[in-house]
Design a protein around this ligand. Structure first.
Ligand code: AMP
Ligand code: MG
Length: 413
């Protein structure tokens, strides 16, 4: 028996980030950037106005008030996008719009609300401060500054920054192609009318969805029969992938041939009994240089094993640094008992209430009961040596989706 930690360690050792590819910035959303981005220009490119108003010399506005306005000549109109043609001299001003470049000679902007225009003159009702309402060149980003670092995840803000810097393409780490192969004589595909003794291969789809959710590209190989020939040929069809994930056939039944076939065609295949529940049997190794996971067949076991081992591997291939799900401490609402010796991953519903996480299991924990996975947004993780959790105890819960990031109502302080 091998611990979850040891299995994870051995598995992650095998994976390195894939190569990079050049993508359009909009396609880079959620990807990990493979290059440092230095600013190639100042943003804003030059001093500009933060308000609609008048560009002035602050010295000229000394002592101005509603009762005793200062009168300035208006020598130019500078809409956003225009280049100022005239510089501001003593007693002069230019009408200026938000975002327009500040003309030479001006050192402050007076808001239009603090003025009144009469023909080619303007009354200024307030004394301006030096630099007031001027956005300085480079105050957002300085030419040459490092703005996005290799390894950062690209979000909408990074995409906006790249656009400002005139970058339409960037280098990101590639997405792995992950082959999915279901195995079992009892399996049929969704649209094949199942006989009463047949089972729809739901794993083909839940695993493919987990692959997409992790950022990978699923390659559906389909269903292999429990025969040496079919398994070998289907595994060979999966060889163009970056990773192969199969489900079923790794336990000790007479027809659990996957591990034998993997040993036959694979390299350094290891068959572990991982000290976890669900998901005890796990095969890991490689075939033709392609890393290969043999996950257990039960629908929940395959999903939980994917979560623990395959997802972090995919994230690592994609250049991510944070490979693991967030785990929170939550107060459990019920008593749970377990046997010593394995880590238990208990499907559960977590909510955030009155400043703390509360958690309840979602019912039958049989490894074939997908419904309790459907209801779960987390997995309570109970350690190997524990035998129970009591109502009111704090337990660790791995969050397995983004549901706790969203709320029904806005939450302002
Ligand atoms: P195995 O590990 O092959 O012994 O399978 C364990 C259990 O999981 C059996 O009840 C199988 O019918 C079920 N199972 C295996 N593969 C799948 C699959 N692709 N989709 C749904 N159930 C499966
Ligand atoms: Mg089977």
């Amino acid at each position: 028996m091998i611990s979850v930690e040891d299995a994870l360690h051995k598995i992650l050792d095998v994976f390195v980030p894939l190569g990079q590819e050049k993508v359009n910035i909009l396609s880079s959303l959620g990807r990990v950037i493979g290059e440092d981005i230095y600013a190639s220009r100042n943003i804003p490119p030059r001093d500009n106005s933060a308000m609609d108003g008048y560009a002035v010399r602050w010295e000229d506005t000394r002592g101005a008030s509603r009762g005793k306005p200062v009168v300035l000549n208006v020598i130019e109109d500078i809409p956003a996008g225009a280049i100022p043609q005239k510089s501001i001299g003593k007693g002069e001003s230019s009408r200026i719009m938000t975002g327009a470049p500040v003309p030479d000679g001006a050192n402050a902007i007076v808001r239009v609300e603090d003025t009144a225009k009469h023909g080619r003159r303007v009354d200024v009702f307030v004394q301006a401060k030096r630099g007031q309402d001027i956005r300085l060149a480079g105050e957002d980003v300085r030419d040459g500054e490092l703005v996005i670092a290799r390894g950062d995840v690209i979000r909408p803000a990074e995409i906006g920054m790249l656009a400002s810097l005139g970058r339409s393409f960037i280098m990101v780490y590639q997405r792995p192609i992950v082959a999915v192969l279901a195995t079992g004589d009892e399996l049929v595909d969704i649209d094949d009318n199942p006989n009463p003794w047949q089972i729809v291969s739901s794993n083909s789809y839940s695993l493919a969805a987990q692959i997409i959710d992790s950022g990978g590209i699923p390659l559906q190989i389909g269903i292999a029969k429990d025969t040496r020939e079919d398994l070998v040929s289907k595994f060979k069809a999966a060889l163009r992938a970056d990773v192969i994930v199969s489900s079923g056939g790794v336990s000790v039944g007479d027809y659990d041939l996957v591990k034998d076939v993997m040993k036959e065609v694979g390299n350094k295949m290891q068959f572990w009994r991982v000290a976890m529940r669900p998901g005890r049997p796990l095969a890991f190794g490689s075939m033709g240089g392609v890393p290969m996971f043999g996950l257990p067949g039960n629908p929940v076991s395959s999903m939980v094993s994917f979560e623990q081992f395959v997802r972090p591997s995919i994230l690592k291939m994609m250049g991510h640094k944070n490979l693991f799900r967030r785990t929170v401490k939550a107060t459990i609402r019920e008593d749970i008992t377990k046997k010593k010796g394995a880590k238990h991953f208990i499907r559960a519903r977590v909510e955030y209430k009155n400043g703390r996480f509360m958690v309840t299991s979602t019912g039958d924990q049989g490894s074939g009961i997908l419904k309790s996975m459907v209801r779960a947004n987390g997995l309570i993780v109970l350690p190997e040596n524990s035998t129970s959790a009591k109502k009111g105890d704090e337990v660790a819960v791995q969050l397995i989706d983004g549901s706790l990031e969203q709320t029904v109502k806005p939450q302002y302080p």
